[in-house]
Design a protein around this ligand. Structure first.
Ligand code: ADP
Ligand code: MG
Length: 231
């Protein structure tokens, strides 16, 4: 078997200290295979987003380790981690996290700016991503003027602009009506199926989880026993 693209090795994550310490993750191990689609499900507060942030190298575990293609992330400097994350991962969040007064194109090309790509190349790649999401005509609009579905499509364009190997989506349809949500689901699933982008979706929507290859159920900071099943 090939090396997993991502592994969590007995990760814990505690917030606060002393009397206010809270153990959000209590020892989770998980392998993600290149090209698969994985749903992380569980009740609100169970630790799903915390786990996603660890896998996505947005946060470091209190103990345990995350491995990217077999390489431990714990020994990497913050700068190396930031570069790796920006080059390898795309992100889609429930709250979109677009800069409201910046243009759609500037929002979409932000990862390229971070990567030090020159303006002309940024523009070319940003427009190509917007075209794929059928948003090219909105490139010059301020992000705040988009509808919810358009905002999430812009966020997906931004997630794609660096040609990531993995897309993380945290409740990507949580702020959308069901028809718009389904469009966004279809886009993410197509990226997985057609381009082989590994897809990790945090969701409490069972219908969405059913559409992915596999689900991991998080309960009170642990993988629920017997609940990691093939879809
Ligand atoms: P989920 O995504 O499953 O709803 P989270 O991973 O966001 O759950 O949170 C898990 C638990 O950790 C919750 O009880 C939450 O209140 C707590 N938590 C999350 N982030 C923080 C933080 N930065 N500081 C303190 N507690 C936190
Ligand atoms: Mg969450």
């Amino acid at each position: 078997m090939s090396v997993p693209i991502l592994s969590a090795r007995n990760v814990t994550r505690s917030y606060g200290q002393g009397a206010t310490r809270f153990d959000a993750l209590k020892g989770v191990s998980l392998d993600v295979r290149e090209g698969e689609s994985l749903a992380v499900v569980g009740k609100s507060g169970s630790g799903k987003s915390t786990l996603m942030h660890l896998l996505a190298l947005l946060d470091r575990p209190t103990s345990g380790d995350v491995e990217l293609s077999g390489h431990s992330a714990s020994r990497l400097s913050a700068g190396k981690l930031n570069r790796l994350r920006n080059e390898t991962f795309g992100f889609v969040f429930q709250q979109f996290f677009l800069t409201p007064n910046a243009t759609v194109l500037d929002n979409v090309t932000l990862p390229l700016r971070i990567a030090g790509i020159r303006p002309a190349e940024r523009r070319r790649r940003g427009m190509a991503a917007l075209e794929q999401l059928e948003l090219a005509d909105k490139a010059g609009n301020r992000a705040t003027n988009l509808s919810g579905g358009q905002k999430q499509r812009a966020a997906i364009a931004r997630a794609l602009v660096n040609e990531p190997g993995v897309i993380f989506a945290d409740e990507p349809t949580g702020n959308l009506d069901s028809a718009t949500g389904e469009t966004v689901e279809n886009i993410l699933l197509d990226l997985n199926r057609d381009r082989g982008i590994t897809l990790i979706v945090v969701t409490h929507d069972d219908d969405l989880a059913d559409r992915l290859d596999r689900r991991v159920h998080i309960r009170d900071g642990l993988v629920a026993q017997g609940a990691e099943v093939a879809a």
